[in-house]
Design a protein around this ligand. Sequence first.
Ligand code: PGA
Length: 244
Amino acid sequence: MDLLPAKTPAALAETAASRIADLIAARPDAAVVVATGNTPLATYRVLGERVGRGDLDASRLRVFQLDEYLGLGHGDDRSLYGWMARAFLHPLGIPERNAVRLPSGAVDPDAACRAYDAAVRDAGGFDLAILGLGPNGHLGFNEPPSDRAAPTRVVTLSPESVASNAAYWGGDPARVPRQALTAGMDLLLAARHTLLLVSGAPKRAILRRALDGPPTADVPASWLHLAPKVTVVADRAALTDGAP
Ligand code: PGA
């Protein structure tokens, strides 16, 4: 894993956006799996500004949802697809028909997971995974323990994830669904390039465990040591050594 230290969250966003923009320039129809959460939002804003200035054309990207709460009704404001659409698809000028969803309202969630896997396979796998790091080391909703081969599946959220996700929806844990769908570790670890974005002191200890290894199901992000090409972009607050 390569570590790219950034001084501030704003510098993190510029660095990550430049990496993503380079990849889009090299492969305009790249298959990209996209995290929601707070950390990548500034990066997506920078990318949206570049698109707005005409410096970047992201309109051909094929976008895959990373994770989704299970059982939300149509139009529910907690939909992670809706968040991804507002934060990534729309500002980057990507038509929603280019997006592959993990459907919250799936009648048969297992079948929905297999359909997602098939869509990723048809796309030739992920060219890029844009990921955040959960406070418990999760990637997407691959909660600890998650094996490196864990497939796309229905998961029960850990108490830590319920607590951290509550912050997105006004702080009330009761607003966080207990079950979710997540892209599998198997698909994420096969991505040809992974950007792991990590910001803030509360992530220091778990980032250190992910970086130092050894790879373990108890820290799903530590499996990234086995992925082909991983770039961790972390701000100073998230780094124990205070670099740069
Ligand atoms: P955050 O979430 O970016 O809001 O910290 C990361 C995650 O839980 O995966």
